[in-house]
Write a protein that binds this ligand. Structure first.
Ligand code: PRT
Ligand code: MG
Length: 212
């Protein structure tokens, strides 16, 4: 049995068509179920439903052989014991720095100035500013990140942007783009080498589904 870890929402919704193209039917209505272990049309493949940021953890510990996780999640996670065989090209977005429209960002990020940034992505934010020689104070929030600069928790945010609608509706403007993100198929290194004949073909079929 192969176990594939997915998160509900866009990752689940965008992975199903790839599985279908790889010959694995999944009943889409199953997404509405509260069950956390779901069967697929392939008796040797099951899905488990976990929080997006927990996908690498399940795969790292071998509780799942495979998983689908955004580049954002993988950069934030240590990534040890993980293999990233396929860029699935789904759940596309970008990691950006944003601040309120009226905020004098250029002045605030000068070396020596102290900018406070709210984000769910502590590592990404710290590394980005450190790599560009700027000191910032990073405050961790777990959601509604766009609110932070509106009420004075921080001057700006580091967060994912897709259409830009969330920023716009909250009066924020993108100031820097850090990287483009898409979701990757990830594999437990040990599973992949010890059970290569079982897991390898599925990985290949997924890779071919992406190329179509
Ligand atoms: O939602 P939950 O707190 O349970 O977990 P999660 O946010 O980690 O999961 P989910 O399902 O929302 O996102 C899973 C993955 O999808 C992320 O790890 C990204 O790799 C990818 N992805 C792609 C996105 C977006 N696009 C996206 N737009 N993840 C989040 N967003 C959010 C963003 O944080 C912001 O709040 O959507 C808002 C911006 O969207 P626009 O379209 O208004 O710009
Ligand atoms: Mg979300």
């Amino acid at each position: 049995m192969i176990t594939l870890a997915l998160s509900k929402g866009r990752i689940f919704d965008e992975t199903l068509p790839l599985l279908a193209a790889a010959g694995i039917a999944v009943d889409a209505s199953i997404g509405a179920s509260r069950k956390l272990i779901l069967p697929t049309g392939d008796p040797d493949l099951r899905l488990i439903i976990v929080r997006a940021s927990d996908v690498p953890t399940y795969v790292q510990y071998g509780a799942a052989d495979l998983g689908v996780a955004g580049k954002d999640v993988l950069l934030e996670h240590s990534g040890e014991g993980l293999y990233q065989p396929v860029d699935l090209g789904i759940a596309r977005c970008r990691m950006s720095v944003a601040a309120p429209a009226g905020f004098r960002y250029a002045e605030a990020v000068r070396p020596g100035a102290r900018l406070r940034i709210a984000t769910k992505y502590l590592q990404v934010a710290r590394e980005h500013f450190a790599a560009t020689g700027r000191q910032v104070e990073v405050v961790k929030v777990n959601g509604s990140v766009e609110l932070a600069p509106l009420v004075g928790l921080a001057h700006g945010i580091v967060d994912l942007v897709a259409t830009g609608r969330t920023l716009r509706e909250n009066g924020l403007v993108e100031r820097e783009q850090i990287f483009d993100s898409s979701a990757r198929l990830i594999a437990n290194r040990a599973s992949l080498s010890l059970r290569a004949d079982e897991i390898g073909p599925l990985v290949e079929r997924m890779a071919r589904a992406v190329d179509r």
